[in-house]
Design a binder for this molecule. Structure first.
Ligand code: FES
Length: 122
């Protein structure tokens, strides 16, 4: 039986996984797993671009949010949203990476074009 060295983080929707040590910032785990998370503030809770959603409603796999994260996210914490730059891995956890807003807009336009839906195109 393989001895587990750390905690397994699973990133959805692509299903990539990475094993990291206790206390590793989620943003660092994502980068090690090759998961693209756009950021602009260098991991200082300033840009809010690293938001992820934890699949476990109580986010038990992550360190409880600190004052900074509570201030920045407010009620989003209740929905399982966390800042990857502030949340540290405390046990096995699965997080959902939201689709990039620009890619989502392009995808919606392409889908509308395929359907021939003129109203949704512009
Ligand atoms: S990297 Fe900017 S808020 Fe997390």
């Amino acid at each position: 039986m393989k001895r587990q060295k750390g905690w397994v983080v699973t990133f959805r929707p692509d299903g990539r996984t990475i094993e990291v040590m206790h206390g590793t910032p989620l943003l660092e785990a994502a980068r090690k797993a090759g998961v693209a998370l756009t950021t602009r503030c260098g991991g200082k809770a300033g840009c809010l671009m690293c938001k992820v959603k934890v699949e476990d409603q109580f986010a038990a796999g992550l360190q409880p949010p600190g004052d900074t994260e509570r201030h920045k996210l407010g009620s989003l914490l209740d929905e399982g949203v966390r800042l990857a730059c502030q949340a540290a891995v405390w046990s096995n956890v699965t997080v959902h990476i939201p689709e990039d807003p620009l890619k989502a807009a392009v995808r919606r336009r392409l889908e509308a074009a395929r359907r021939g839906d003129e109203d949704e195109l512009w």
